[in-house]
Each structure stands twice: as structure tokens, then as C-alpha cells.
Design a binder for this molecule. Sequence first.
Ligand code: EPZ
Length: 416
Amino acid sequence: MSVWRIAGGNRLEGSIRVQGAKNAVLPMIAASLLTGCETEFLNCPALSDVEAAVDILRYLGCKARQEDDVLNIDSRDLCRSDIPSELMHRMRSSVIFLGPLLARCGEVRASVPGGCELGPRPIDLHLEALRRLGAEVEEREGEIVCRAVKLRGAEISLSLPSVGATENAMLAACAAEGPSVIYNAAREPEIESLQEYLCRLGAKVSGAGTPVVTVNGFHPCGSVGLRVMPDRIAAATLLCCTACVGGDVELQAVCPEHLEPVIVSLAEMGCRIFASGNRLRIISGGRLRAPRAIVTRPYPGFPTDAAPLLMAVSLRAEGSTVFIENIFSSRYRHASELRLLGADISTHGSLALVNGVETLHGARLHSTDLRGGAALVAAALGAEGETEIFDEGHIGRGYSSLDGDLRRLGADIRVE
Ligand code: EPZ
């Protein structure tokens, strides 16, 4: 348990470089198992989820080592195809290892990743995709066993544009005989970066970023180097932190086009945001006003992971803000913690209504999940007095140094 101590009220000013994307590097770490090769990932964020993924690689017999923001992997010595539950449960997205292990070894045994803070995390679409590619999939007492003497190319239609299911299907399809087409594929930028990595590994993948992704064979080539794309949710988090307390902050090494919906909502609230190449500048001051409804959708819609951060900004805005969550079944667990700061929030199922208040006051809070925890930090920056946030490692899963970044920008924040 760590305790975040935040004294609110300090404007944020300065320039900060945004970390590499957690949700881009995690599937690529899994993809490195597809063939025995060496990969060097640059701009790799130092996160506990990355550590968990690296521990899975090492358990499987691979070499993996991160030094600062460079992660080196050598997957030539892969010698097992089972992942124990204690490793599967450390990271929700460990399910992404099913596809590449099945592709490389012809079988994989792993436990079902637990339901997480955001609600159940079913993997039916993942398993259905593997079955479509010719795998036998058994689920018994929380364990999954997949086997395939030979994977065959297939047409896979996802009933939901699931990010993880799209990624698992892409990875397993690399080893299939014949072409595969994934319909209703997720269109997130992280899918495009996975495609880029797979092509450098020697796979023929196209269509990422559109609803139709095609995989057509794999001729492994040697070692690969790749720079991890910027983390659009970490960027959105820093924008929202600035909006919560006011300031003038420039983000470096971002892709503004990846967080368009967040920029639009912050501008509606009265923030001034300027994009120039891979830099984003936000200037915010005075009381903001409530934006149009925040409705979360698969990319390119408003990202569910940024909604808690926008909620933190809306707490002191003039007017009422409506949130509609369409991705996860329990995205509002942080709302009850925000109320302890004096926020006026009511939730009902996928709906949340925030009535802006003039001031928030410091309180003792508990983080509930990764993005909910970041939302508590953002809201505390704009609260009067000191806030304590008790965090059981949620925030460190997705941010390499949120407290350090905010301190560099002038926040009075420390973590014990
Ligand atoms: C990815 O999770 C991200 N994680 C999440 O980020 C993100 O919130 C989510 O995509 C949506 O954008 C990583 O990339 C590591 P989904 P994923 O499969 O792949 C349902 C963060 O904070 N579903 O697109 O698990 C599911 O229950 C994390 O960085 C099924 O029903 O998300 C959810 O309601 C949180 N069956 C919806 O689809 C399945 O087989 C979208 O889930 C799979 C998913």
C-alpha cells in the first residue's frame, strides 16, 4: 500500500514528455513469442503490468530485461506453454498470451484472468476466434486448455470490436495455414502498432485501424527494433490534471490525433488546446463549464479509460455533466471516493451525472482501479487542503511516474 499526499491549488506549468503506451507494448510483448527472435522495444514504460508480462516471458524460458525505457527480449529459448494462475492474475490482459503460445507451441494452458475492478472480463470472443482458427478449446474450473495440431486461416467475425480479442486473433492467425480475415476488428491505434511489429517480424498483416484486418502468412525474420507509440491515456491524464487546477502545460511526444475526443471535450469546457506536430499545449484558468455528454465508445469514440479523468475535471465545472459508459459494467467505482472531496455525483448503471460545485476539500481516499485512481489524483490537485490517497498498486500499473511528472509541473505531491 502506498499513500499519495497531495496539497491542492498549485497551478501546473512546464513541459513534460509522455510515456510509451502500456496498451501498445503489452500485446507486442506477447507477440514476441510468435517466433524465436530478439526484439528491442524503445520508449517502453516502466510499469508493473510490463513487469508482470516480463515475468511471464521469463517463466516460459525467454530472456527479458528492461533498463530505463529499453526492453530487450530474446524468445528463442521458449520451453513451456503453460502460465500459472499467480502470473495470469497479476495482469488482466495476460489472456493475450494465448494466441502466440498456441501459434508457436500448438498448445497453451492458462487460468482465466480474474474479473477486474471494471467488472467481469469475459474472454468468450478470444476463445471463439481461436476455435474458428481450428483450435480445440476446453474451459474447466477456471483453466483454459487450447490445442491445435495445425491452425487454419479463417474468417472471424467479432460480435464486439474487442481490443484483446482482435489482438489474440491476429497473433494466432500468424501461424495459420492460409489467409484469415477479422471482421468488426477493434480500430484502436494500439492495434496498428501491433500490426507494424508483426510485419517487422515477418508476418503479412494489413487493415489495422479499420474494421477488417487480414493476416496472410508469416515468414519469421531476425531481430527487430521498435519504438513504442505514445500513451494516449497518459496524455489525456496530464491534460485533465492541468484542467482540474489550471495552468499552462506542454506535452511532448504525443499523437494529438489519438486523443481527439478528449481534446474536444476539454475545449468545450473552456480550455485552450494547441496541437503542433507531436506536441500538445493546454492553457486552462478560471472556472470551466460543463461539456456536452461524455459517451464512451470503441475507438475512435471517446475512450472509456479517459472518462474518469474527464469526470475529475467536471467536478468543479459550472453546470451538469452527463456520462454514459458503454464499454465496462462498473466504471464508476471511483465516484463514491470523489464524493468524499465534496463532489456532487449520482450514478445509475451506465449513467453518471455530475453537478459542478464551486470548491472541493481535501479528504482521505482509496483508489479503486487504475484510471479511477488517476482521477482521484487529478481531482485532489484542484481541491482545497491536503488529500491522502491510499493506493494498492493500481496507479503504478499504468503510469510510470505520474507523481514525478506532476511534481515537475509544480504540484505539491509526494508518495510514501
Ligand atoms: C483493452 O482492454 C485495454 N487494455 C483497456 O485498457 C481498455 O479499456 C479496453 O481495451 C477498451 O478500450 C489493454 O489494451 C491491455 P475489450 P480489453 O476486449 O481488451 C467485452 C486500461 O485502463 N468483452 O475491448 O480487455 C468486455 O467485457 C485498460 O489501460 C467480451 O464481452 O477490452 C468489455 O465490456 C482498462 N468478451 C468490452 O468487450 C470478450 O471476449 C470491451 O473489452 C472480450 C471483451
